[in-house]
Design a protein around this ligand. Structure first.
Ligand code: HEC
Length: 220
């Protein structure tokens, strides 16, 4: 039992050496469940695995409630919205709107993976509303700061502070324009665009950035 694990650890270490600054991505295990409220009526839930459409889109397999209370929100629909990896389900809450900046919990039961395995019971807490310091800072730190931080400023652009994100890069237009889905930051972080690919974002993170820029007016 120990020997194969040891060999795997060595292979990962070797891969980390070869991959240089992308090592952290290779080694980070996928989180079983992540959640974020994308507006007052919707919650996005990301699983670690690609999902089976039938069970993923069954609203009865999800529960959403304020942390520490038993009163459940009414979930009207569950839709597999992630067109890239098939891991993100959007829950539409009809008993909402969810209050802002509150601790909520989402629990899942019996959603199956694309290849038919049961993901069992999973739960995670999240904070409603999208803010820079509470949600986005960590995404930029993990995926962008290596090329847009203190060490180097590719494209004359920094992602390691809110002021940096509002910077202009090589031209004179700000890259983050609150409320604008076509600002450079929202455009480049969409699936298959340059910052999405270079930062190895997931669909969930890409959508988080866009929702923060557009729906929440890029607020701190
Ligand atoms: C591996 C390095 C690398 C990573 C990681 C990376 N970028 Fe970049 N980025 C670049 C380079 C090089 C440029 C300049 C060339 C270009 O414009 O495409 C650039 C340009 C940009 C620009 C345009 C700046 C301008 O001129 O206005 C934005 C916005 C941007 N990146 C955002 C991001 C975000 C957000 C992330 C994380 C999700 C990210 N980048 C991750 C290398 C990187």
């Amino acid at each position: 039992m120990k020997r194969p694990l040891f060999a795997v650890a060595w292979l990962l270490a070797l891969a980390a050496l070869l991959a240089g600054c992308h090592a952290a991505k290779l080694l980070a295990p996928p989180v079983p469940l992540q959640a974020a409220s994308v507006n007052a009526f919707a919650v996005n839930v990301q699983f670690a695995e690609p999902l089976d459409r039938l069970t993923a889109q069954d609203p009865a397999r999800y529960r959403v409630h304020a942390a520490g209370t038993a009163a459940e929100e009414t979930i009207d629909s569950a839709t597999l919205v992630d067109t890239l990896e098939g891991r993100v389900v959007q829950l539409i809450i009809t008993s909402g709107p969810l209050p802002d900046s509150a601790a909520y919990e989402v629990a899942t039961q019996g959603v199956r993976t694309y290849d038919g395995r049961d993901t069992g019971a999973r739960r995670v807490t999240f904070q409603t509303g999208l803010g820079y310091s509470a949600h986005l800072r960590a995404v930029f730190a993990a995926h962008c700061d290596a090329c847009h931080g203190a060490a180097r400023q590719d494209g004359n652009y920094r992602t390691d502070s809110l002021a940096g994100l509002r910077g202009t890069g090589v031209d004179s237009t700000p890259d983050l324009i609150a409320g604008d889905p076509n600002c450079a930051l929202a455009r480049r972080t969409r699936p298959r665009k340059s910052a999405f690919d270079q930062g190895a974002l997931s669909w969930f993170e890409s959508d988080l950035i866009e929702d923060w820029v557009v729906g929440y007016d890029g607020r701190p």
